[in-house]
Design a binder for this molecule. Sequence first.
Ligand SMILES: [Zn+2]
Length: 149
Amino acid sequence: MLYLKYEEFTKSVFKFIVKSGNYNKLKYIRLKIHKEIRQDDTHGMAYRCTVRIFLDQILFNKRDYSEYDIKGYIVFVVAHELSHLLQSIDIKRYHSEKKYRNFIEASADIVALEYIKEYYDILKENIGYFSLDVLMEPERNAREYLNKV
Ligand SMILES: [Zn+2]
């Protein structure tokens, strides 16, 4: 029951973001929600035209969060994965150079966070309330990393 609620929420986040902002340039994007628990930190992936969200993994890792914090985190993961599709990523370097990979990830975080802040009111109107509190830590980390490189 609870799971279905987050699954529906994830779908509406995806739908809304794809239709708004810069993302409407990206046609034919699909969303896949995965149920397996990976026991790692992978909450999402984006490659070619598919965004994969590991919803069970998110719900497992964030099991101590409140509903609105979990929802805020889901918005962040979906926006982060979608922003990868706007980046031009050198896949070879991504998989072989840690520094390059971290730079790509931190940049995607910032694009996602700025999108969420800019669209917060309209997002809430369309997908329901979610909290921004959980985004403070990823934002601090990403900005710290980008200031270092
Ligand atoms: Zn990423």
